[in-house]
Design a protein around this ligand. Structure first.
Ligand SMILES: [Ca+2]
Length: 258
């Protein structure tokens, strides 16, 4: 719900901005002074925007499966979102939002989640927002899972103040996925400099709470063995951190391009 509220807030904010812009062009002569100062304010705001836009940076994000050959870690195609505020595909301690995280976490299908978020935001036209999927391992010819030694990579253009989140399934599970915490990743530090390097520590293994867990790597209802998508006992649980399981190896890096 928090995500929805935040999205709705942003939509409202942009409506007000549009309303303010259209008002500014329809002032009577006696309001000229006021118009002038509001024009100045708008110019100032625009300059500030340009300043921020000048600091736009392209970041390459790499999610690598560093498990040894035959290791339990397999990653699946995932989704990512860029926005102007802290963001997450879920709220820890609450049930799944029903936007498509379930298909991502149970079946490695990020398209439902990316599609419903895009729809909620009115498409990809809003400045500073984007949602998409990463689905083809580096060097592979087509979309598919990333086994030991394989990696996904994608890039985003972001300016100071923006946040990124992403999620990718831990394939040998019923409904587990890797993602950052509730606020996503703040792409610039307090000094306005782009973050860089190994950010694995900012990622966690989450349980979507949508399907009852079986032993990792063995469950008949887990993606590699299930009869079809969305097969398994419904759990109706809460999104939470996976506890007592550490048999996974990933490395996440972020590299700002100069
Ligand atoms: Ca399943």
């Amino acid at each position: 719900m928090k995500t929805r509220k935040a999205l709705f807030g942003m939509l409202l904010a942009s409506v007000f901005v549009l309303a303010a812009c259209s008002q500014a062009t329809e002032v009577a002569p006696e309001d000229a002074m006021e118009a002038e100062s509001s024009e100045e304010a708008m110019e100032e705001e625009q300059m500030l925007d340009e300043e921020i836009m000048d600091q736009q940076t392209t970041f390459v994000i790499r999610i690598e499966n560093t498990s040894p050959e035959g290791g339990l870690t397999v990653l699946a195609p995932g989704a990512y979102e860029l926005n102007d505020h802290p963001l997450s595909f879920f709220t820890p301690g609450e049930v799944d939002l029903g936007l498509g995280l379930e298909a991502l976490a149970e079946d490695g299908d990020p398209s439902v989640l990316a599609g419903s978020i895009s729809e909620m935001m009115g498409g990809d036209e809003m400045a500073g927002f984007m949602v998409s999927v990463f689905n083809t391992p580096v060097g592979a010819e087509s979309a598919g899972p990333a086994g030991p030694g394989a990696a996904y990579e994608f890039s985003v253009d972001a300016y100071p103040g923006q946040y990124l989140t992403l999620a990718t399934m831990f394939v040998q599970s019923n409904d587990w996925f890797f993602a950052p915490g509730e606020e996503g990743l703040e792409l610039f530090n307090a000094e306005g400099l782009p973050i860089s390097g190994d950010i694995t520590d900012l990622f966690f293994l989450w349980n979507a709470g949508t399907e009852v867990d079986q032993i990792p790597g063995e469950g008949a209802d887990q993606a590699p063995r299930q009869a079809g998508p969305n097969t398994g006992e419904i759990e109706n649980g809460l999104v939470s951190l996976v506890e007592g399981f550490t048999n996974f190896q990933i490395l996440v890096t972020i590299t700002p391009q100069s």
